[in-house]
Design a protein around this ligand. Structure first.
Ligand SMILES: CC(C)(COP(=O)(O)OP(=O)(O)OC[C@H]1O[C@@H](n2cnc3c(N)ncnc32)[C@H](O)[C@@H]1OP(=O)(O)O)[C@@H](O)C(=O)NCCC(=O)NCCS
Length: 199
């Protein structure tokens, strides 16, 4: 049992509060602005393409797991017939990422969800969420879930709640700072300041 208090982290580690959210039926979809957006399913994604888009969206939110995952492991996920990867196209460019994971029977996990910095606050996130929910609930599932952490965009948690997800679990995630490990640039995610210097 963890005592109520502040707890020091070991040097070079960072910590996030992770919130898991779920829904059990398709909620009413929010109407948002219509932009020049389209959704493209990417079957058997090229790993370099996937990692480049993942990095462009997620670097500022300290997404790094898919950058360090061995190629064979990433390929096994992305090329699973029960995993669907979609790109949001805006003006002919890939500017959003949606990964739906149906590998657990009855469940759909929004495994990755986000848009690039220029599209944040534009309504593209709402549009992508509507497409995600339509697709997830068109499959034979009884639960759709997602998790977000305090490194993510500060609007993400409230955005998911407005989308119809209810929080059900909270965790602390403690990891090596990926910037000090040389995985992400030291300038990434200034809302989580780097403490220490790279080796
Ligand atoms: C999390 C994230 C998807 C949230 O998206 P967002 O950009 O804040 O959301 P949007 O601008 O699309 O929509 C927010 C609201 O503003 C509204 N809105 C946006 N532009 C609008 C406009 N021009 N006119 C009217 N309403 C507008 C949307 O309709 C929406 O309203 P609603 O939530 O009540 O339905 C986005 O910040 C993101 O991708 N962040 C980076 C990656 C990340 O952190 N992902 C989450 C990790 S799990």
């Amino acid at each position: 049992m963890l005592a109520d208090h502040y707890h020091d982290l070991p040097a070079r580690k960072i910590a996030a509060v992770v919130t898991h959210l779920e829904m059990h039926a398709l909620p009413p979809l929010h109407r948002g602005p219509e932009g020049d957006w389209s959704l493209r399913r990417v079957v058997s994604p090229d790993l370099a393409w996937f990692r480049a888009l993942y990095r462009r969206i997620g670097e500022n939110w300290l997404w790094y797991s898919r950058l360090v995952m061995p190629d064979a492991d990433l390929a096994a996920i992305l090329r699973s017939p029960q995993v669907e990867v979609y790109a949001l196209e805006s003006e002919g460019h890939d500017e959003g990422l949606l990964e739906l994971d149906f590998r657990t029977p009855g469940d759909c996990e929004l495994a990755f969800f986000g848009v690039t910095a220029p599209l944040i606050g534009s309504g593209a996130g709402r549009w992508l969420m509507n497409r995600a929910l339509e697709r997830a609930w068109s499959a034979p599932v009884s639960r759709v879930w997602v998790h977000t952490c305090s490194f993510d965009h500060p609007s993400a948690l409230a955005f998911y709640q407005r989308s119809g997800f209810l929080p059900f679990r909270r965790q602390i995630e403690i990891v090596d700072d990926p910037r000090l490990a040389g995985i992400l640039p030291l300038t990434a995610a200034p809302h989580v300041p780097v403490i220490g210097t790279p080796r």
